[in-house]
Ligand binder design. Structure first.
Ligand code: GDP
Ligand code: MG
Length: 174
């Protein structure tokens, strides 16, 4: 008989430039809130949320980068044993999209070759400030064989879907 309180445990790691909304996405999903002001930093390495999918208890251990977003300052230990990566950019920030190839090189260097990567374009509530079209992001993600989703941590748009779809894919490939 198992003493575990879950059927599956997955480690999900968020990466992407500073300011794109990684911490807000994690807090929206795990705590159901959008932090006011600029202070979105959380003082822990990871947060846990257990979800139920088709009757299975799936424990998600979600790691946030906590201000270490500069390339090469996040080391192998951070990527090691990640089952999934959420590579996030900000649809209102061209620069955050242009940095994606550098993040992909880090993934290739440090992550498991079995890792599932989801590309997320966040802040879709700021549609009038959009700098990266959905089509461009879809073309990029298709070329890189990544799943793509646009979210708003602020409006809670697609955030639940992001993590639940990812959990489903992780189960199906476990
Ligand atoms: P991180 O550095 O990637 O962790 O980004 P944060 O989560 O700290 O967010 C950076 C800034 O973007 C903060 O001022 C947030 O309030 C803001 N932000 C995050 N997500 C959203 C969003 O979906 N919509 C809007 N309008 N602002 C957001
Ligand atoms: Mg952060």
């Amino acid at each position: 008989m198992s003493m575990e309180d879950y059927d599956f445990l997955f480690k999900i790691v968020l990466i992407g430039n500073a300011g794109v909304g990684k911490t807000c996405l994690v807090r929206r999903f795990t705590q159901g809130l959008f932090p006011p002001g600029q202070g979105a930093t959380i003082g822990v390495d990871f947060m846990i949320k257990t979800v139920e999918i088709n009757g299975e208890k799936v424990k998600l251990q979600i790691w946030d980068t906590a201000g270490q977003e500069r390339f090469r300052s996040i080391t192998q230990s951070y990527y090691r044993s990640a089952n999934a990566l959420i590579l996030t950019y900000d649809i209102t920030c061209e620069e955050s999209f242009r940095c994606l190839p550098e993040w992909l090189r880090e993934i290739e260097q440090y992550a498991s070759n079995k890792v599932i990567t989801v590309l997320v374009g966040n802040k879709i509530d700021l549609a009038e400030k959009r700098e990266v079209s959905k089509q461009r992001a879809e073309e990029f993600s298709e070329a890189q064989n990544m799943y793509y989703l646009e979210t708003s941590a602020k409006e809670s748009d697609n955030v639940e879907k992001l993590f639940l779809d990812l959990a489903c894919r992780l189960i199906s490939e476990a």
